[in-house]
Design a binder for this molecule. Structure first.
Ligand SMILES: Cc1cc2nc3c(=O)[nH]c(=O)nc-3n(C[C@H](O)[C@H](O)[C@H](O)COP(=O)(O)OP(=O)(O)OC[C@H]3O[C@@H](n4cnc5c(N)ncnc54)[C@H](O)[C@@H]3O)c2cc1C
Length: 429
């Protein structure tokens, strides 16, 4: 395909950078506008406060990144980033039971979010035709002749054939569309009032039979994840206003309140490197662009700008990666109907949303409309989770869904998995 025209991307974080990489195959010029000044090292910045917290890339996200940037993970390995098999390497207590351990072939890639974004940024900045304009907040959209024709940033108008909004959870696209006279998309919210506290520890030298420790599925959760530099990134999570504290001894005491002692014991023996960073996630937010009766040509949205999920499930970056594949396919097919693009993005989001919310809707305190047929779905999902604790095939299917290689509906439709689920006794998570 010959490269022609110009695309503009709003936001230079993971979704924006992946969008720019894909857009560069179709457009002669791609400019990424990022509000923050971007560091030339793996450093925190204001626009991505989540970067202080544990981030893992799921198996599908890894495969997509490696396809977009060949050799990316060989480079990451030089920083000490290694794949961790979610079954073999994890000591995982989930909803009152230990998950079975075996080499599953499904790995997550834990690393600091700062390192990942910095490395992706380096690769994108090196693509001919791509420019990253940092310290440049986008203020509004330009529209002419019934289509979006560019953006206004720093008092200047910049014209383009396509604008891609990847400005994250605080995206102003709904307001901008309203200002142009387009309908504002409905917003679906699920309120969980989650608190996050993440602290770095020097990883102890003593050998353990796990590399990754997870205690999840309750209203308090904890994670210990190895990251580059010989460190542990330890995250504690509490729902419904029961937020973990940043300082000792309360941070450790919160770890000690988890249903199993493993995370507390490991942290009590490790050396903390400073206080914890905190983050509050009040609610899932999904802008339903796919439901709009009209969506202007010339602009699309992706990443957290469309939907942000409970971060504890580690899905956001992989979702952005899958959406970048959707963007690539849409551009190859001509990239004309922006409404069609948003429908395809919504199809990606729907599965991820289902996986995340099925965990959170179990809590009566979770505020938001349960989907139609919820009790039956919940019963099935509970059985699926229970089967995955003891049955290798069910666990493999569970991991395939979790790592976004298989749709949840397809995993449940497997007669062998269904058989195991139905043979189980009553499961009480
Ligand atoms: C606590 C926490 C933990 C998480 N853990 C994981 C994990 O383990 N695994 C995982 O996959 N995901 C995780 N996520 C989600 C993940 O961080 C995001 O989904 C991912 O970064 C994709 O986000 P994004 O690029 O769409 O938006 P963001 O990362 O929010 O980036 C938006 C960018 O747009 C810029 N911007 C905003 N407005 C403007 C403007 N007007 N003009 C120009 N620039 C603008 C911002 O400065 C920022 O750089 C976590 C999230 C949180 C909050």
């Amino acid at each position: 395909m010959s490269r022609q025209g110009r695309a503009l991307v709003i936001g230079g974080s993971v979704a924006g950078l992946l969008a720019a990489r894909v857009a560069a195959d179709r457009f002669a010029e791609v400019t990424v506008f990022e509000r923050d000044r971007l560091p030339d090292r793996p450093e925190a910045r204001r626009g991505t406060p989540q970067a202080e917290h544990t981030h893992a890339l799921l198996d599908r996200g890894k495969a997509i990144l490696e396809g977009l940037f060949p050799g990316f993970f060989a480079d990451m390995a030089t920083y000490g980033v290694a794949p961790l098999d979610t079954a073999a390497d994890a000591r995982w207590y989930h909803r009152g039971a230990w998950k079975m351990r075996f080499p599953s072939g499904y790995a997550g890639y834990p690393m600091s979010r700062r390192l990942l974004e910095w490395k992706v940024r380096q690769r994108v900045a090196a693509i001919p035709g791509v420019r990253i304009s940092d310290g440049t907040p986008v203020d509004s959209l330009l529209a002419t002749g019934g289509r979006v024709a560019g953006i206004r940033a720093g008092g200047e108008d910049v014209r383009a054939d396509l604008v891609i909004d990847a400005s994250g959870r605080g995206s102003r696209l709904p307001d901008w569309l309203g200002e142009l006279g387009y309908p504002v998309p409905p917003l679906t919210k699920i309120r969980v009032d989650l608190g996050y506290a993440t602290r770095l520890y020097r990883r102890p030298a003593a050998p353990r039979d796990w590399a990754l420790a997870i205690c999840s599925g309750g209203a308090r959760a904890g994670y210990i994840v190895p990251i580059e530099g010989g460190l542990w990134s330890a995250t504690l999570v509490g729902y419904f206003g029961d937020h973990p504290p940043a300082d000792d001894p309360e941070f450790l005491a919160f770890a000690g309140s988890l249903p199993v002692p493993d995370i507390h014991m490991a942290l009590a023996e490790a050396e903390p490197l400073g206080p914890a960073a905190r983050y509050r996630f009040a609610a899932y937010r999904w802008h339903r662009y796919e439901r709009l009766p009209a969506f202007p040509p010339g602009v699309v949205a992706m990443g957290d700008a469309v939907c942000s999920f409970n971060p504890a499930f580690g899905q956001g970056m992989t979702t952005a990666a899958v959406e970048s594949e959707v963007l690539a396919a849409w551009l190859r097919a001509g990239g004309t109907s922006t409404a069609a693009f948003q429908r395809r993005v919504a199809a990606v989001v729907r599965d991820v949303w289902l996986m995340a919310t099925f965990e959170d809707f179990r809590f009566p305190e979770t505020e938001g409309a349960r989907p139609r047929g919820w009790p039956a779905m919940q019963w099935l999902m509970d059985r699926f989770v229970a089967a995955s604790n003891t049955d290798r095939l069910a666990m493999t299917r569970f991991l395939q869904v979790m790592h976004m290689h298989r749709r949840p509906v397809r995993a449940l439709a497997d007669p062998r998995v269904l058989g195991t689920m139905l043979l189980l006794g009553e499961h009480r998570p």
